[in-house]
Structure formats: structure tokens, C-alpha cells
Write a protein that binds this ligand. Structure first.
Ligand SMILES: Cc1cc2nc3c(=O)[nH]c(=O)nc-3n(C[C@H](O)[C@H](O)[C@H](O)COP(=O)(O)OP(=O)(O)OC[C@H]3O[C@@H](n4cnc5c(N)ncnc54)[C@H](O)[C@@H]3O)c2cc1C
Length: 550
């Protein structure tokens, strides 16, 4: 959903169609497509996706995929860098799995058609903040678009994969709601092509629905990132973890017409300097690693300097590099900034921090299994333990591939047994007395208010008072949304609003339970890191957030 412009949509009607497949995948980014391609060797796969098949966070990734290829690098060094960035909360075993299995997943991506930059016959490796070696496999500064292209094309050509666009999953089907076991058996899905709500049944349901950047007013994420997977899993009774750790990208282009264009940290990797609007470099006052400090440190430093000077942005300056180098290495950023009248070979770029990556999510084990039987979660919507309190740059595409692959492997060993049970009988979606939405403006207003509340009170630096304020406002908005939801036929905008409200509630509840500052969670009331809180925050429907050791 876009902030102000709401489209008029056809209302949903009672669903009659039931689709069955071995695996239902919700989302067509790197995680969902990797899973689908691996699982299709053993069964039928249906992928549903909210908009066009390639519209996903994945497509906008610029920097690349972190994987150990350089002769002077090692999996141990990658693990160490991941753990340092993660502020003491990473699950070391998960970091080891990703560092060890990453290079094979990159090779598979290449076999699936992804074309990455090479130099002297070897993969060219970029350097990013927090990495102790050159480790980032990339395609200039548009890596995600190339990965998405290759995976979508390969999946579209696979005979066992059916990809259906413009389908929004509304809720997971949990059999215990109909007198069966506590087991996920698929999802109810709004078909935007015809407006009906259809039933998708599967032997395993895989959430690969990405992040939730739209919960904040300013974000680098595209419109699909409304936390639907986390909200659906929470409503279905699955465990959710570490939602307080939302990563803000320090450098998003500051321009009224370009609200979410990210300036990759690869620019800082190549020596770009952060300056105040008067030209003074300031990162040296905040961290000895200066511009190469981890993202949270850089985002907080910018936030601090903007508040101190009253400026609406700072500057990122790469003009010391030759113009030809900048144009060759950063063609997308160069062209995009030029569209807004900024020639980055000659002028510094105005930048601000923006919500970027959800480190928490649906709690999973080492094979992508959630706490709800039959439900898997992979990619950004999952919390595997890799990122801990802060994600190391370029580790998320890696995580999506590694866990997409591991979940498919796990299910390959189970599919024969799963096929022995017939698909369950479940009731079709019921609309009750719901009528077509008559006041979409209510949805638009609540959408704006919610995102502004999150931005103002639950942003980079928090406090108890701000969290309480946010909590009260979110509760009120949720009451209105609930009432609207039950009275009206569902639309995608309404579903997304309901989901960002749930995600907002989870972020606030987890943040309020963590009485310390760690990684991406900074609060003025508890400025120190405390050993007592060196654990994951776990929350479940009907159960207050609590800490669980690793
Ligand atoms: C601008 C930008 C730059 C980035 N740069 C990097 C980088 O350089 N390196 C890196 O590692 N990471 C980067 N990231 C993060 C990375 O891109 C994401 O974490 C990753 O792509 C997530 O992949 P995913 O498959 O989990 O989700 P996504 O790629 O976001 O895919 C989610 C899919 O789920 C679908 N969906 C969502 N809800 C529903 C629903 N209810 N019903 C049906 N479908 C649904 C969406 O339409 C979409 O197809 C960047 C992110 C952004 C926004």
C-alpha cells in the first residue's frame, strides 16, 4: 500500500476454489524461489505472490551476497564478523552454517543463471562495513535485480512450479480451529484478479514473505514489505522472536521525490565520507572505524548529528574518487541521483537513515521449521538466530538462500510420509455479514498514523515514555482496524494495514521488555548492555514477551 494513494478494488466474494500442492510458498523473493527450485525436485510447488512475481525486497538489494571466496578470507572470519555485528545475540551455530554453506549456494545461483561481476576470471568481491575481508559477491550495484531475474526465469520454466501473481495470503489455515490437530495446512488467499478468497492446501506451508519496512514512515523497502508473514504466523499461534531489533539503513537518499532510494554502504567501503552540511567529517567523533563501523553505529551517529545541528540530512561524499571509477562501480546510484539533479562525481549526496531490515521474525530451527507443525519460515520473515541484535551487511540474501535450501532438504526426506495422509477438509472462507468497504479513507489515515507513530516513538533511539505512548496509540488503532476488518470485505490495503499494526505491536512489546541497549535497540532509560538480557525475546499470542537463552 502506498501512503496516500489508495486504489479502488473489487470486493472479495466467498471462495469456492481449492488449490492443492505438496508445498505452498508465500513470497517470490530469494528465499521463496530458492526453496521452490530445490523442493520442486521432490514435489509440486505453488508460489503465491502479492504483486508481480519479481516485486520483492530481493529485487532492490544493491550491495550483494556475503560469501567466503577470497584466498585471504575464511568461514571463521565470516562467523567472527557476524557475531561482532550481532551484539552477543547471534546463534553461533547458525552463523557457522551460513558461512560454510554460502559459497555452494552462490555457485548454485550462478548455475541458475545469475551473472556476477568478475575480475581476472574470479568473482569480484566488494567490501562492506563490519566485514574484515572483501567478501561481497555482486553485480555492480544492482545485485538483487540480477538474482531475482535469474531465479524467476528458472522457476517459471520448471514444470513442477506454478507461480500465481497478485495473490495476497490473508491467514494461515490451522486445523485446530476446525477441531483438528495444531497443524498448519495452507492459507486463505485473496485473489486480486477476480476478488475471490481461495483456499490453498499444502502438505507444508512456507512463509517467505520478507520484511516489514512499511511499518515505519521512512523505509528503503518496497510496498510489499508489510510484515504479513510475521502477523499471520503470530495470529496462528507460532513463536516470534527479537522484533525490537529493526535495522535502519544509515544512508537513504534525502529527496522529496525519492522517498526510498538506498545508497549502498559499498560507497563507504570505497572511501566515501559522511559530512555535516557545512562539510565537516564527523564519524571520527563517534567510532574509530569511522565510515566502516557497523550500520547501527553509523545510523545512530547520523541521528545524533541531525538532532544536534537541527539539519534534515547529512552528506555522503565520494567526490575524491575518479569520475570514471564512480560511474563504473555505482552506475545505478549515479544514474538515480542524476535523475534528481545530483551528480555524485562532483557533489556530495544528501542522506538520512531509514527502516531497512527486520532482524527478528518467526522463530525457526536449523531447517526453517517454525514452532507450529507444518509451517516453515525462511528469509527475512524468519528469525533463525543469524543476525542477533544487528545484521551484518549482505548476510540476508545469504540467509534466504541457505535456509531456503535447508528447508527444502528437510522436506525432501519427509514428503513420502506426508503424502500418505489425504488433504484435510476445511471450510471455505466465510464473509459473514461483511459489506464492501465504503470509507477507504479510514484505512489511509490509520496507515499514515501508525507509521508516523512508529517513526516518532519507536525509531533509532527509544525511551520507556515513548514506547508507552506508541503502545497506547497502536492499541487504539488496532481496535478501529479490527472493527473495520469484521464489518468489511477484505482488500489488500486493509489486510496490509491489519498486518503492520500487528508488527508494530510486536516491535513495541519486545522493545519494552528489553531493559538494556544492545545492537539495534537503544533506549535512553537503559543505556548500558546487561548480561541479564543476553537472550532472545520470544513472544507468542496470549503469552507476554519473555527472554530465552540460546
Ligand atoms: C534497498 C535494499 C537493499 C538491500 N541490499 C541488500 C544487500 O546488498 N545484501 C543483502 O544481503 N541484503 C540486502 N537487502 C535485504 C534483502 O534484500 C532482503 O532481506 C531479502 O531480499 C529478503 O528476501 P526474502 O525472500 O526473504 O523476501 P523478499 O525478497 O522481500 O520477498 C518477499 C515476497 O513475499 C511476497 N509477499 C509478502 N506478503 C505476502 C502475502 N501476504 N501474500 C503473498 N505474497 C506476499 C512479496 O510480494 C514478495 O514476493 C536489501 C534490502 C533493500 C530493501
Amino acid at each position: 500500500m502506498t501512503a496516500m494513494a489508495l486504489r479502488v478494488k473489487e470486493p472479495a466474494t466467498v471462495g469456492a476454489v481449492t488449490t492443492t500442492s505438496d508445498f505452498l510458498v508465500i513470497g517470490s523473493g530469494i528465499a521463496g524461489l530458492t526453496f521452490a527450485l530445490d523442493a520442486a525436485a521432490n514435489g509440486t510447488v505453488t508460489i503465491i505472490t502479492k504483486r508481480n512475481r519479481d516485486e520483492a525486497n530481493t529485487r532492490y538489494a544493491q550491495g550483494g551476497v556475503a560469501a567466503v571466496f577470497a584466498p585471504d578470507d575464511s568461514p571463521e572470519a565470516h562467523v567472527k564478523d557476524t557475531l561482532i555485528a550481532g551484539g552477543g545475540l547471534c546463534h553461533e551455530v547458525v552463523a557457522e552454517i551460513c558461512a560454510r554453506e554460502g559459497p555452494d549456494r552462490v555457485r548454485e545461483l550462478i548455475e541458475r543463471g545469475a551473472r556476477f561481476d568478475h575480475e581476472n576470471g574470479r568473482l569480484h568481491l566488494g567490501r562492506e562495513g563490519g566485514h574484515s575481508a572483501r567478501r561481497v559477491v555482486h553485480t555492480a550495484d544492482a545485485t538483487g535485480a540480477e538474482i531475482e531475474r535469474a531465479l524467476v526465469e528458472t522457476a517459471a520454466a520448471h514444470p513442477n512450479i506454478r507461480m500465481v501473481e497478485h495473490q495476497t495470503a490473508i491467514d494461515l489455515i490451522v486445523l485446530s480451529r476446525f477441531g483438528g490437530p495444531d497443524q498448519c495446512a495452507g492459507a486463505y488467499v485473496l485473489d486480486e484478479n477476480g476478488g475471490a478468497v481461495e483456499t490453498f492446501l499444502a502438505r507444508a506451508t512456507v512463509l517467505a514473505s520478507g520484511g516489514a519496512g512499511k511499518v515505519y514512515l521512512y523505509t528503503t523497502n518496497p510496498d510489499v514489505a508489510t510484515g504479513d508473514g510475521v502477523a499471520m504466523a503470530y495470529r496462528a499461534g507460532a513463536e516470534i522472536s527479537n522484533m525490537e531489533f529493526y535495522q535502519f539503513h544509515p544512508t537513504c537518499l534525502y529527496h522529496p521525490q525519492a522517498p526510498r532510494f538506498l545508497i549502498t554502504e559499498a560507497l563507504r567501503g570505497e572511501g566515501a565520507v559522511l559530512r555535516l552540511t557545512d562539510g565537516t567529517a564527523f564519524m571520527g567523533n563517534h567510532d574509530p572505524r569511522k565510515e566502516l563501523a557497523p550500520r547501527d553505529v553509523v545510523a545512530r551517529a547520523i541521528d545524533f548529528e541531525m538532532k544536534r545541528t537541527g539539519s534534515e540530512h547529512v552528506l555522503l561524499d565520494i567526490t575524491h574518487k575518479p569520475a570514471a571509477f564512480i560511474r563504473e562501480h555505482f552506475p545505478t546510484i549515479h544514474a538515480e541521483c542524476l535523475r534528481f539533479g545530483i551528480d555524485i562525481t562532483r557533489q556530495p549526496i544528501p542522506v538520512v537513515p531509514a527502516a531497512h531490515f527486520m532482524c527478528g521474525g518467526i522463530s525457526t530451527d536449523l531447517h526453517g521449521r517454525s514452532s507450529l507443525p507444518g509451517l516453515f519460515a525462511i528469509g527475512e520473515c524468519a528469525c533463525t538466530g543469524l543476525h542477533g541484535a544487528n545484521r551484518l551487511a549482505s548476510n540476508s540474501l545469504l540467509e534466504g538462500m541457505v535456509f531456503g535450501h535447508r528447508a527444502a532438504l528437510r522436506l525432501a526426506g519427509q514428503i513420502a510420509e506426508l503424502r500418505q495422509s489425504p488433504f484435510p477438509e476445511v471450510p471455505a472462507w466465510q464473509v459473514g455479514n461483511a459489506v464492501p468497504s465504503d470509507e477507504e479513507v479510514v484505512v489511509a489515515h490509520n496507515w499514515d498514523e501508525l507509521r508516523r507513530t512508529m517513526w516518532n516513538y519507536v525509531g533509532i533511539v527509544r525511551s520507556n515514555a515513548r514506547l508507552r505512548r506508541a503502545s497506547r496509540r497502536i492499541a487504539l488503532l488496532q481496535e478501529e482496524i479490527r472493527e473495520y476488518y469484521w464489518k468489511h470485505l477484505v482488500t489488500r490495503d486493509l489486510l496490509e494495514l491489519r498486518n503492520i499494526a500487528t508488527v508494530a505491536e510486536l516491535i513495541v512489546e519486545c522493545a519494552a521488555a528489553r531493559h538494556e541497549s544492545r545492537g539495534l535497540h537503544t533506549t535512553i532509560d537503559y543505556p548500558e548492555t546487561s548480561e541479564r538480557f543476553a537472550a532472545d525475546t520470544v513472544i507468542k499470542r496470549g503469552v507476554l514477551p519473555h527472554l530465552r537463552g540460546r
